[in-house]
Design a protein around this ligand. Structure first.
Ligand code: EPZ
Length: 420
């Protein structure tokens, strides 16, 4: 992997207005959903980031024709010839397992390798596989490859042990053409699932209950050509708000779904920020110094795990002691040793992190360990005294479109240095 880095001069207050890009975590399942339509699907507001590029590479490998112009993508899935996801692409991004559900839904067979664990945990797919079995799909595994096959997909009732986002999305994608009705109980309720279902229903699917913990999918015969615009990214919105919070800033987000980030807005208000929501905009004005707050990550609509490291970095310079409990992933504190290099006072005890606020962080050379951990280091660099170099930023480029341009527009001093 190239080792590019960000070089950040800290101590500048973020001010001004910025537009939030399309959602990474809605784009990936929606791009997968285009496999189900034997025709042409046009997608708008797709973020131009590594993870969407990889997903489109896989669709091209399968035989789709993909035309891309900035954030507009046209996918022609008429002539898909392959039903297996290549290992070298599967290993570049674990959420490609979503494509298996879509390939299965259309072809009743799919082969893929175990998605690599990643930097935040083991990321098993047992819930996906047990759900596929309930849908009548035979699953065989050998030498790390999983082959799923069946004559027909039979709608059935599936109760998820955990409201897994990916498993919920995969069951939906595999059940669109099933015989009969599939009901998911204890389904994930994330907004990205609502966006996927809005897109699928516009294509002609019959799905109800998205956004609640009970989702029903009535099998249909086929889907049709449509255009669909992806929702904005709630985690990018939260990240930019935290960037303003940690730099005593004052920003306006062009962001149309503040209802998706209520827990984040509440925490930032509790920490002393002034937040106001107007039509299509979220405004935040930060205090001179944030107050400590406690965070518990939960499935939606609770505080999102993807914002844990991002808000944590803002709390390293808050007044008082903050407590974080990470309930979703087992290894999501890998950014902490890097923040400590900058003077943060954080101790980890199992799922709990205790952050004792310090007055100022000092710039240092730090390494991104994962996507959201990397983002937290960028935010710390924006507030730190002196220069911070954040390396391995390929992790960050996976999930944030034009991050350094957006931060520069808001007054930050940040440049990207291409790796060798
Ligand atoms: C999605 O991952 C997101 N990724 C993640 O965002 C997000 O953190 C996560 O949902 C939770 O909100 C995409 O949408 C592409 P899960 P996913 O299945 O689907 C366990 C980011 O930074 N689990 O809800 O993989 C799992 O190990 C990324 O944008 C099983 O045990 O999340 C984890 O502990 C990171 N067995 C928990 O459930 C399974 O079969 C939540 O996982 C599946 C999951």
């Amino acid at each position: 992997m190239k080792m590019s880095c960000y070089i950040i001069e800290g101590g500048r207050k973020l001010q001004g207005e910025v537009t939030v890009s399309g959602s990474k975590n809605a784009s990936l399942p929606i791009i997968a959903a285009t496999i189900l339509n034997k025709g042409i699907t046009k997608l708008y507001n797709v973020p131009n980031i590594h993870d969407t590029q990889i997903t489109l590479e896989i669709l091209k490998y399968l035989g789709c024709k993909v035309k891309k112009h900035r954030n507009k993508i046209e996918i022609n899935s008429k002539n898909i010839t392959k039903k297996e996801i290549p290992e070298h692409l599967m290993n570049q991004m674990r959420s490609t397992v979503i494509l298996a559900g879509a390939i299965l839904g259309r072809f009743k067979e799919a082969t893929f390798s175990y998605p690599g664990g990643c930097d935040i945990g083991a990321r098993p797919i047992d819930l996906h596989l047990s759900a596929f079995k309930k849908l009548g799909i035979n699953i065989s595994e050998n030498s790390g490859f999983i082959t799923c096959k069946c004559d027909k997909i039979i709608g059935s009732n599936i109760d998820l042990d955990f409201p897994s986002v990916g498993a919920t999305e995969n069951i939906i994608l595999a059940s669109v053409f099933a015989e009969g009705t599939t009901q998911i109980t204890n389904a994930a309720m994330e907004p990205e699932i609502v966006d996927l279902v809005k897109c699928l229903n516009k294509m002609g699917a019959k799905i109800e209950g998205a956004g609640t913990n009970i989702i029903t999918i009535k099998g249909v015969q086929q889907l049709k050509d449509i255009g669909y615009s992806i929702m904005q990214d709630r985690i990018e919105a939260g990240t930019l708000l935290c960037a303003a919070a940690i730099t005593e800033g004052n920003i306006t987000l062009n962001y149309r779904t503040p209802e998706h980030i209520t827990p984040i807005l509440n925490k930032l208000e509790e920490a002393g920020c002034q937040v106001s929501v107007q039509k299509g905009k979220v405004l935040l004005s930060a205090p001179r110094r944030l107050k400590a707050v406690d965070i518990k990550t939960m499935p939606y609509p609770g505080f999102p795990t993807d914002m844990q490291s991002v808000l944590a970095s803002s709390l390293t310079v808050a007044k008082g002691t903050s407590m974080i409990i990470e309930n979703i992933f087992e290894n999501r504190y890998r950014y902490v040793p890097e923040l400590k290099k900058m003077g943060a006072k954080i101790t980890i005890e199992g799922k709990t992190a205790v952050i004792k606020g310090v007055k100022k962080l000092s710039g240092a050379k730090v390494k991104s360990t994962d996507l959201r951990g990397g983002a937290s280091l960028v935010l710390a660099g924006l507030a730190a005294r002196g220069t911070t170099t954040v390396t391995n930023i390929e992790y960050i480029l996976r999930g944030y479109e034009n991050l350094e341009q957006k931060l520069t527009e808001l007054g930050a001093k940040i440049i990207k240095k291409e790796g060798d």
